[in-house]
Design a protein around this ligand. Sequence first.
Ligand SMILES: [Zn+2]
Length: 708
Amino acid sequence: MSDSIKDYELLKSEIRKHDHSYYVLDNPQISDAEYDSLFLKLINLEKKYPKWVSSESPSQRVGISPVTAFSSHQHAKNMLSLSNCFNDEEFFDFDQRVNKSLNSLVQTKYFCEPKIDGAAVSLTYLNGILEIGATRGDGETGENITSNVRTINSIPLKLIGLKDIPEVLEVRGEIFMPKDEFTRLNKLQEKEGNKLFSNPRNAASGSLRQLDPQITKSRPLHFFAHGVGIAQGISFSSQEEVFKKFESWGLPVNPLNAIAIDLDDCIKYFEKIDKNRESLNYEIDGVVYKVNNLDDQNKIGEIARSPRWAIARKFPAEEAKTKIIDINFQVGRTGVITPVAKLEKVFVGGVNVSNCTLHNIDELERLDPRTGDDVVIKRAGDVIPQIIKVIAKDKNRASKVKLPKLCECGSEATLYHAESWEVRDHQTLIKKLDSVYEAKDFIKNANKGYTLHKVQQRAAFLKCMGGRSCSARIRGSFYHFVSRKAFDIEGLGKEIINRFLELGYLKDLQDIFSLENYAEEIEELEGFGLKSTKNLILSINSSRNIELHRLIFGLGIEEVGETTARNLSNYFKNIKKLMSTSFDELITLDDIGPRVASNIMQFFEDDYCKSVVLKLVPHLKIKNPAEISQDSALSNKIVVITGTLKELKRDELKNMLIDKGAKVSGSVSSKTDYLIVGANAGSKLKKANELNVAVITEDKIFSFLDEK
Ligand SMILES: [Zn+2]
């Protein structure tokens, strides 16, 4: 059979369609092998008929040899830069200016987008074929980086579809590097002894300005379109329509874009994006509001190269400068004594910060902060604030912070290093392990007469040597026990716990449930009275009805967080079984590594801790998980979550699934029963499709959970 150019064109458009499904929609329709065979067919045809090959062929993404310099490119329409606002009021002012210039009394609709922190580019398509890719430059003239832009798989070389393809179209957008790819790239850079990139934005713009397109191709870049420059042969009526057209042409647009019908909607949009910021796989630094109606945009116009019809609402600065008032040491419930800097109050990352932990003694040594010094504080997302830089006072600098010799309980405070264990064959190191249990196990199984040696890791901590009877530790364990995710006892705050400890009403955790015996005394205390005493007793009594996982979490076992507590609860189903478990059994559980398993073993092997648990149990009515979900259809099913969830936090969903008896795993395999996908799902979705794993989209999660 002879080859026809028509078949060649059909083959190209089929490959283009699959590229779009894979790189833009994240929803591949065929397997990698099938794709490869289509691509091979294309290459073979092009070898046979070199005259057929044109620049928009999927085979032509890379092929241009390195250049010595970039030529300049004049944008047909200037690339504008947005003005910023930082709070609600400034945004309301912007809205007023918009309404004033439109002479309008009705509420303007805004198109809202996350503001990607990447490199701005302009792509010129002539009759649907990518001709030029250029950097923003000074807004009028940029650099022609076409050969590099062509290597980015999510940018179509030819727009898909046949309808409404404009003669000339400038697509404006942002090229960026996803966060996970950035981490991977930096690891590789480090391994190869190259310079590390300071952030994904620098990595993206650095990659785009490589003279050799092969290097750009090796960098994992992605693109979102966000606007038009010049457009000939087509007209749009709204921003919304522009994006719909972009999508139909196969240009990637951000799935989080939305229309806001009023100011309230705009603010809610900002808050939602801010809340989900950390879970997105790309860096954003705010949101953008654009007047949706394009006629209105034209009426409002621009000023000094900024559109007056759009504004960026920036997230609060994540770094701020302040001063150290004092540095003191706080004892936590594990006995670790942590240096904490007391700061002049500063607003950073959206909250007021007046304390900042220095984590450990090495960090204290490294930063050498002193009272009176200026410091730069960073607070990103929900991460606790940290000191990233100390600006030493030039004159009369305070002396270096001295480590306390004693814990506040009076016991000795000593420096210790986290332990790890080495298995040796005489002097030869065989294996290094974090857990003594695992090390002993290893030696037993090897049966070669290996020996066990304790070694200390570098990071130094200061620890109270008073053991579990340290008053500061006990106080910390009370704080944890009554906290929201544990027993959630309202009315038993830190100050009240401190007072009850001083007065001797509380000594060990179980004493909380005998506080009623002191009701008369408590009633007489300052700030109490009949009503608040009654309320306190009531909330203590209602907390006796406790889910097993809350009890486990509340015990404050080192490194046993909420999720681990749930896993333990679902597996052991009652506290006695957990107490008599073994190290070997624990490490078979998901999420539990040797170190956490060791912590659990040590906790229940400690006489004091064990006695507290045994004394607690008679006061409680423990709800074991078997009673919560007896015959859930999700019981023992393996579920994987991927992509960005809009409505739910990933942890919340995970806990809901665990409560239904499901096992939540991190990777898709043939054993996976369900894959739950949010936006921007990647390789996991692809694999799930290949393995025929049932896929649940985010909008179906609740009906899925209800059914099960
Ligand atoms: Zn102590």
